[in-house]
Write a protein that binds this ligand. Structure first.
Ligand code: UD1
Length: 310
């Protein structure tokens, strides 16, 4: 099936806006559906006029129906991505993250479109087993993780029930330009870069031995493009690098790179933090042909450049 038109829900967000740029560069017609609650028009400044933007909620049947019209692939990124918020307001967040996914799947089914769902490593919960493989039983510990897992289950069910070509992408720790540095929920790299550029101290929660599999946003975009082109039948894929970095080293490197004399300090461990996270990237490599290309040094340098010039 040749794909001409695509829909990106949450296309004005951090990851969505990078995906939109790439899809346009591939010569596709792109529509964005976003309610701009966390997304911003600034993120789409480089593609203004080249992309159709519908301001509306994923829960609004007419908005999603209109946005999906004629689309042959739906990338579903619209979500409330905050774990703490999902703990504070599980019902409200469930509406967007579960019902919203179902709405997007329905619109996709009507159009006979492929479906690529943005899921999260949060589905794995805090089991100590490493690396995380898709064959492991998911055991989410936050409502957010449970909601992403519910979305994945629907993706699988739509593939099985309706023959929809669909898959879920489990993102590990994504970072890069446009991640909102002012949000209390932004990732550690973005937080550290912002503080380091301002010459402020970097605070590590705990002893800094905890590790994460940090994946650069452009690699996440690449995984989405490959998922659009692959034949999929409802399965989930890890999207990470397969390598991990400890937070102590990360803080030291960022402080040094920024060159503003920031000091690295330690505070009490953060409640609910997991110790280590790293993916097994082999299923995505085998079935999608996905391999992350941007290493941590390169990714940090690019993101630093973005925050410096912005
Ligand atoms: C990430 C995701 C979360 C997902 C989870 C699944 C982000 C922003 N969050 O959480 O949505 O549910 O993976 O595993 O990607 N840290 C500090 N100092 C700081 C900030 C953080 O030391 O100022 C430490 C944290 O304690 C943690 C590590 O850095 O150990 C990473 O934190 P963070 O970027 O918030 O991501 P996760 O907790 O892994």
């Amino acid at each position: 099936m040749s794909i001409k038109r695509v829909l990106v829900t949450g296309g004005a967000g951090f990851i969505g806006s990078h995906l939109v740029e790439r899809l346009l560069a591939e010569g596709l017609e792109v529509t964005v559906l976003d309610d701009f609650s966390t997304g911003s028009t600034k993120n789409l400044a480089s593609v203004e006029g080249a992309v159709g933007v519908i301001r509306g909620s994923i829960l609004d049947a007419s908005a999603i129906g209109e946005a999906a019209r004629g689309a042959k692939c739906v990338f579903h990124l619209a979500a409330i991505v905050s774990v703490p918020r999902s703990v504070q307001e599980p019902l409200l967040v469930d509406e967007v993250n579960c019902r919203g996914t179902l709405m997007a799947l329905e619109a996709s089914r009507r159009e006979g479109a492929k479906f690529v769902f943005s899921s999260s490593a949060a589905v794995y919960g805090d089991s100590p087993e490493l690396p995380k493989t898709e064959a492991m039983a998911p055991e989410p510990v936050s409502p957010y993780g449970a909601q992403k897992l519910a979305g994945e289950a629907y993706v699988r069910a739509y593939a099985a029930s309706f023959g929809m070509e669909a898959c879920s992408l489990r993102y590990f720790n994504v970072y890069g330009p446009r991640q909102d540095p002012t949000s209390p929920y932004s990732g550690v790299i973005t937080k550290f870069l912002r503080s380091a550029l301002a010459g402020e101290d970097l605070t590590i929660f705990g002893d800094g031995s905890q590790t994460r599999d940090f994946v650069y946003v452009q690699d996440v975009v690449e995984a989405n493009i490959l998922a659009m082109r692959a034949r999929t039948c409802g399965e989930a894929f890890n999207v990470g690098t397969g390598a991990s970095v400890d937070i102590e080293r990360l803080a030291g490197e960022i402080a040094q790179e920024a060159g503003q004399g920031s000091i690295v300090r330690h505070a009490a461990p953060r409640a609910g933090d997991i110790e280590h996270s790293r993916c097994d990237p082999s299923r995505a490599a085998r079935d999608l042909g996905f391999r992350s290309k941007v290493g941590i040094e390169e990714g940090i340098a690019r993101t630093l450049e973005y925050f410096r010039s912005g």
